[in-house]
Design a binder for this molecule. Structure first.
Ligand SMILES: N[C@@H](CCC(=O)N[C@@H](CS)C(=O)NCC(=O)O)C(=O)O
Length: 276
């Protein structure tokens, strides 16, 4: 019986970070799956754990932990198993730099695309009254705004263009960094790689015109190498929607450049992909 419980959604973005860190360390944990599209994260049982109603959260004995990147660092320090942070201060800084960049600047842009093309259309399967009631129960005002924008299609053209620009810049930066070394931020697999994989694993599907074996061979090499890890296989197996099956694109040996129009919709915008 483990004294670690992880409250998470799909192995993707923020939930995937502590899931994968725990699995890499070999820590046994109780998995509490919250269906984000069913608003499980705002129900009283979970608000008793994390009153902000955001996912993920982790309990370790009496400790309640929130913030996905901070949880990963805690997991690395609190449990035995392979270290996910090298000893060298310069490497540690580079890892933290990349995690901050991804969490604060690049991640929100990926997220905007995901919420516009996947979360919004999926949530709209509910009736309007049910949706409004669910949104009104959200404790954080900024999360209410995000839900309304996704559900009612209110992301402006300017916001989407800026997110698209950031994704393009981020892809170029990742490719340039991965020319320098096998892993993103140090010579060993680290928390930066876990953070990055959760953000970027579906890039060749969602942005096939920007990330493919011709334009970004080093990103593709890096993603495939992470996908080959047993912990990643075990982690992605905990997904319950077809959304996480996007990772299977990495089984292809060669992904050619494709037009932009073959991206997003195929990757995450397809309602049929929600089948459980
Ligand atoms: N900075 C937080 C962000 C948590 C967060 O916003 N999670 C999203 C899922 S990726 C969420 O809970 N969304 C559901 C909602 O806002 O209702 C972290 O990294 O843990």
């Amino acid at each position: 019986m483990s004294d670690v419980t992880l409250y998470h959604w799909e192995p993707n973005a923020n939930s995937g970070k502590p899931m994968l860190a725990l699995m890499e360390k070999g820590v046994k944990f109780e998995s509490q799956y919250l269906d984000m599209l069913n608003f499980d994260q705002h129900k009283p049982d979970y608000l008793a754990v994390n009153p902000q109603g955001t996912i993920p959260a982790m309990t370790h004995g009496d400790n309640v932990l929130v913030e996905s990147t901070a949880i990963m660092e805690y997991v690395d320090e609190a449990f035995p198993g392979p270290s996910l942070m090298p000893a060298d201060p310069r490497d540690r800084l580079r890892i933290r730099w990349w995690m901050k960049f991804m969490d604060q600047w690049l991640g929100p842009s990926f997220s905007m695309f995901g919420w516009k093309y996947f979360v919004g259309p999926a949530a709209r399967q509910k009736g309007e009254a049910e949706l409004e009631a669910a949104i009104n129960r959200i404790p954080l005002p900024e999360r209410q705004i995000a839900w309304r924008k996704a559900v009612y299609g209110l992301f402006s053209d300017e916001e989407m263009a800026e997110s698209g620009r950031r994704i393009g810049v981020g892809i170029k930066m990742l490719e340039a960094e991965l020319v320098k070394r096998d892993w993103l931020a140090s010579d060993q697999y680290s928390l930066a790689d876990i953070n990055g994989f959760n953000l970027a694993y579906a890039l060749p599907l969602s942005q096939p015109h920007l990330s493919n074996d011709e334009l970004t061979p080093n990103i593709m090499r890096w993603l495939r190498k992470i996908y080959a890890r047993q912990a990643v296989k075990d982690c992605w197996a905990l997904g319950r929607t077809d959304m996480v099956k996007r990772v299977e694109i990495l089984e292809q040996d060669y992904i050619p450049p494709k037009p932009e129009s073959e991206g997003i919709a195929k990757g995450i915008g397809d309602k049929e992909n929600l089948a459980r």
